[in-house]
Ligand binder design. Structure first.
Ligand code: ADP
Length: 484
């Protein structure tokens, strides 16, 4: 049983146009705890009709929301942020129950998620236009920044709160309204956030959350002409499909898609710091983040020393139910996720990799998996090409800096990358050569509300968080004023 201080945060309905609603046909789907298999809730299985109405409600709410002063919008966002922090423990319990991540990580994610709302509340008041010099003396050019309009968002299960607030914070601050469809595996955190948005006084229709059929709702979001922007975080395959669907009505899009992050350790690195960084990058959320190190590239001279130290640290990881004290590796989200990790290990071992730590399902059963370290991994193995999304660290050996850069960039993805070096010249050379939207240099984690998060190549379009994140929710309008 999930025990909460405020049981009203555990919802069994969707938040549309300020009301808690069921699906038109009364259909539901079940949400389970990945650690125990326990049933957590039955939620509405909505489809295109309900999505259409949610979009219409967002359209109806738009003129009022857009017309409020930036200060008023900022105050409401700030109240939402405060309520998230006031309910941090309950939100974290809900998140761990539906997602599996250790409770401490869930608490951290709630603070991180609230941080986006706070940040955009602050940024809301600095959406300033511009006055430019016209080439003719009797005219002036003014540039206004106006909200894009009705926005829709589709979010994944690995960060059930932060992937929503990173989008909704920017949208609402800019004066847009938004309908969100969270992942069906982790909708309860999203619905709890909607409850708090209502309590904060954010008006009906400005922020709605609906659950149900991903295909039907996604298609409605992407094709309904009222929606002016779609923001998606998830797999590259689904992102590409939504992008194609959005083409019909020329929508703005933000896409945060898959990655294949290289983590490069050069001979001159501080080895202990590099091991710490890898542990943080690889094993957060049991390896289920799009910025997790996927390929660990280690230079010849320190390869053995690095492998030995890393293996020792991995032996300290504690696998278990995220609600238990001291656990830092929860279950994987579902069986499919376990199968992918297994497939990557079997493929690599079959092609000559060596097993250094772990390698199989955990003795606890369910979707628990042993933190796994593979050595002598090469470019022809699946793990070199695909995102594992699990607790598997594959070590690749390289000789020169040029080799490392070539190997790191040899992928269609370009989200996160990391490297460890203490040579200032190398730091600039490598940072500039990596074809990635984000580069962690001597750090294993860099996500926060201030830095621009996003990828290049097939990892996405647009940036979230940061002062740049608002731009994706604003249109420029050019006014040309004559007769001066
Ligand atoms: P992940 O690998 O994170 O599960 P997905 O792309 O499958 O990535 O899921 C991310 C989000 O996209 C989830 O909210 C999921 O329900 C949604 N989704 C999955 N398939 C579709 C689809 N065909 N159209 C729209 N949304 C989808």
């Amino acid at each position: 049983m999930l025990t909460l201080d405020n049981p009203a945060l555990l919802k069994q309905a969707c938040y549309l146009a300020g009301n808690w609603s069921a699906a038109d046909d009364g259909r539901t789907f079940a949400v389970h705890n990945p650690a125990t298999g326990a049933l957590l809730a039955e939620l509405p299985y909505m489809g295109a009709a309900e999505a259409g109405r949610a979009i219409a409600a967002a359209e109806a709410a738009l003129p009022g929301w857009r017309a409020r002063s930036a200060k008023e919008r900022a105050q409401l966002l700030r109240r939402w942020h405060d309520l998230m922090l006031a309910n941090q423990q309950d939100l974290a319990r809900i998140m761990t129950a539906e997602q599996g991540k250790p409770l401490a990580e869930s608490q951290g994610e709630i603070a991180y998620a609230a941080g986006f709302i706070e940040w955009f509340a602050e940024e809301a008041r600095r959406i300033d236009g511009d006055v430019l010099q016209h080439p003719q003396a009797d005219k002036r050019i003014m540039v206004l920044k106006q909200p894009v309009g009705v926005c829709a968002a589709i979010t994944p299960w690995n960060f059930p709160a932060a992937m929503i607030t990173r989008k909704a914070g920017a949208a609402l601050a800019a004066g847009c309204t938004m309908v969100v469809k969270p992942a069906s595996l982790t909708p309860l955190t999203a619905l709890a956030l909607a409850e708090l948005a209502g309590q904060a006084g954010i008006p009906a229709g400005v922020f709605s959350v609906m659950t149900g059929g991903a295909d039907a709702i996604g298609t409605e979001f992407a094709t309904n002409p009222t929606v002016r922007k779609l923001s998606f975080t998830g797999s590259t395959a689904v992102g590409a499909k939504l992008l194609a669907q959005c083409a019909g009505t020329i929508k703005k899009v933000s896409m945060e898609l898959g990655g294949n992050a290289p983590f490069i350790v050069f001979d001159d690195a501080d080895l202990d710091a590099a091991v710490d960084g890898l542990m943080a990058s690889k094993f957060r959320n049991t390896g289920q983040t799009c910025v997790c190190a996927n390929r660990v590239l280690v230079q010849d001279g320190i390869y053995d020393a690095f492998a030995t130290r890393l293996a020792a640290r991995m032996a300290e990881l504690k696998v278990g139910n995220g609600m238990e004290e001291g656990v830092n590796q929860g279950p994987l989200i579902n069986d499919e996720a376990v199968s992918k990790v297994e497939a990557h290990i079997i493929d690599a071992l079959g092609k000559g990799a060596t097993l250094l730590v772990g390698g199989k399902r955990h003795a606890r059963g369910g979707t628990y998996f042993e933190p796994t370290l593979l050595g002598d991994v090469t470019a022809d193995m699946l793990v070199a090409r695909e995102e594992t999304f699990g607790p598997l660290a594959p070590l690749f050996r390289f000789t020169t800096e040029a080799d490392a850069i070539h190997m790191a960039n040899d992928t269609e993805f370009g989200l996160a990358s990391y490297f460890y070096s203490r040579d200032i010249g190398r730091i600039f050379r490598v940072a500039e050569a990596l074809e990635y939207g984000m580069v962690g240099i001597n750090v294993g984690a860099f996500s926060n509300e201030v830095g621009p998060f996003g990828g290049i190549k097939q990892s996405g379009l647009g940036r979230e968080g940061s002062k740049y994140g608002l731009d994706d929710y604003l249109e420029l309008k050019y006014l040309c004023l004559g007769g001066i």
